[in-house]
Structures are given as C-alpha cells and as structure tokens.
Design a protein around this ligand. Structure first.
Ligand code: NDP
Length: 290
C-alpha cells in the first residue's frame, strides 16, 4: 500500500515550475505575474492570499495583490478585473472566494479573461474542458488527477467514481478523468447504494465535505483513493484536519491513498502556479509547459 505524498509531489512540481519561469525570463525577458483580488477582511481568505503570494514569488513570478474594502461595490470589483484583463503585464487573475454577499461571484468570475483565468472557473474554461479544448483547468481537480497518475501508469479503461458534483471540484474532476479514458461515475447526495457504487471504483475520489464519510469497506481491494475533503474537527480536545475518507480503515484495502493533510491540499497552490506559467507562455506564443 502506498501513501501518496502530495506534499513531496507538489514540491517537485513547484521546482519544475520555477525552472519554466527561469526559461521564460531568459528567453523573452519577462517575469510572469499573478494578480490576486481580495475583497473584505475574511481572516481565512487573507491567509490564503498571503500564502499564494509567497508561493508565487518563490517560483520566481511576480505577485500583485489588490485589496478592496468589504463594502466595495460589484461594479468596483468588475472594473478592477477589467483593468487586469487589459494589463499586458498580468498573466493570471485570481479572485479570492467567497466574495461578500452583496457581490455576485458568478458575474465577477465571468468577467475574467478566459486566458488569464488561472482558477479555471469561468464558463468559457468550463466549456473548453467539456469540449476537450485547450483551456485552463481548475487547480484542485488537476492536482487530484496528477496524484492518481503518480501511482498508476495509465488510467485508461479504469472505473473512476467521483463522490461530489460541485462546480469547483467534482464536475471538473470527473471531466478530467473522462479525458484520461476512465469510465466515470459521478455520485452525489441522491446516489443510491453509495457504498456499492464506491466498491466498483479502481479510482475513488471523495470531494464531499463530510468527515470520514467513505468507510474502508466501501473501498475495492487495491483501489487508488484520492481524498479531496478538508474538514476541521474537534477531537480529543484538539482541532484536527481530516478528509472525507476514513483513512485508517481505507488504507487497509486501498492500493494507494492520499492522506489529509499532505495529499491533495498542497497540489492546489502548485497547480495554480502551473496555470500561471501556462497562461504566461500561451499568451506569448511560447512552447507548451509540462
Ligand atoms: P460542495 O459542498 O460544493 O459539494 C459537496 C458535494 O458533495 C455535493 O455535490 C453534494 O451532493 C455531495 N454530497 C454531500 N453530502 C453527500 C452524501 N451524504 N453522499 C454523497 N454525496 C454527498 O463542496 P466542494 O466540492 O467545494 O468541496 C468538497 C470538499 O473538498 C470539502 O471538504 C472541501 O473543503 C474540500 N476542498 C479541498 C480543496 C483542496 O485544496 N484540497 C479545494 C476545494 C475543496 P449534491 O450536489 O447532491 O448536494
């Protein structure tokens, strides 16, 4: 049984990205730049934005932070996004979610130019993913597939079950697995006999947001288990982060499994950096970034 070390994989990926950034700098003397928009003062969002900024600079790219007050209007945020769309020096734009209640995230996100949409959340990029066209792919699903591929030479023909059908994770993850020629089942809160459905999976992905919902007996012997869930729970007087999969029982049957923390989580920022370099290279007609 392999415990998939997402932290180590993400670190290697980040080193590769830093190499691609150096190549872009030396070949055309530009520094790829990621602009992050934060509206309001949500403490968790502030931490995420700070961490993304640090990771961006560590990879050799420029990080530009735009902070707007919590009472900024929807039009203020849209104008900023439009300005960043037009800014030649900006390669990637990320609007930190959630936005305050009075602002439509759907409107703001869809104002981002698809070629700079490094979170892959615009309708244009969702459409490209479904149509199998080149676009920018959401980071967490991309990272999840990379981890599955790190332990399976070929996903083609395997049964994949994705539990969860959110726009952010479940749906794009299912599309990416389909693009790898898996036979994909999307399960959700109305799925009947979920345990039986899961036991059919060679690749079992959980993106639900329910601590330890997927039990060991739901896992097929030898399956690859990708646990996207991040749940904060109080246990034995301590706050702990745990996944949607009951790790201890699942690892007894899985062939490979991602832990939480240290599995899919670290891949998300790494894939954001990757998308930024990909966006920078494509905008300038440079060669493909791995
Ligand atoms: P959402 O709440 O948007 O979606 C949850 C999905 O789970 C829904 O499709 C829902 O089904 C389904 N679901 C809920 N209850 C059940 C159930 N009892 N049985 C089967 N399916 C169920 O969550 P997200 O997709 O945004 O996130 C999922 C998890 O991934 C969370 O723990 C989140 O913290 C984590 N996450 C981790 C990231 C990372 O970097 N590793 C990044 C993003 C998210 P229905 O549609 O029918 O309601």
């Amino acid at each position: 049984m392999t415990i998939i070390d997402g932290k180590a994989f993400a670190l290697k990926l980040r080193e590769k990205i830093a190499g691609a950034v150096r190549d872009i700098k030396s070949s055309c003397n530009i520094q790829p730049a990621l602009a992050v928009v934060l509206v309001g003062e949500d403490p968790a969002s502030q931490v995420y934005v700070r961490n993304k900024g640090i990771a961006t600079e560590k990879a050799g790219m420029r990080s530009i932070e735009h902070k707007l007050a919590a009472d900024a209007s929807e039009d203020d945020v849209v104008s900023l996004v439009k300005k960043l769309n037009a800014d030649e020096e900006v390669d990637g734009i990320l609007v930190q979610l959630p936005l305050p209640d009075h602002i439509s995230s759907e409107r703001v996100i869809n104002e981002i130019h698809p070629d700079k949409d490094v979170d892959g959340l615009t309708e244009a990029n969702a459409g490209r993913l479904i149509l199998g066209k080149t676009g920018l792919v959401p980071c967490t699903p991309q990272g999840s597939v990379m981890l599955a591929k790190s332990v399976r030479d070929n996903l083609s023909g395997l049964n994949a079950v994705v539990v969860g059908r959110s726009i952010l994770v479940g749906k794009p993850l299912a599309m990416l697995l389909l693009a790898e020629n898996c036979t994909v089942t999307m399960a959700h809160s109305r799925t009947k006999n979920l345990d039986e459905v899961c036991r059919e999976a060679d690749i079992l992905c959980a993106a639900v947001g329910r601590p330890r919902m997927v039990e060991g007996r739901w896992v097929k012997e030898g399956a690859t288990v990708i646990d996207v869930g991040i749940n904060r729970i109080e246990e034995d007087g301590k706050t702990r982060l745990i996944g949607d999969v009951d790790f201890d029982s699942a690892k007894e049957r899985a062939g490979a499994i991602t832990p939480v923390p240290g599995g899919v989580g670290p891949m998300t920022i790494a894939c954001l950096l990757r998308n930024t370099v990909i966006a920078a290279a494509r905008r300038r007609g440079l060669g493909a970034v791995e």
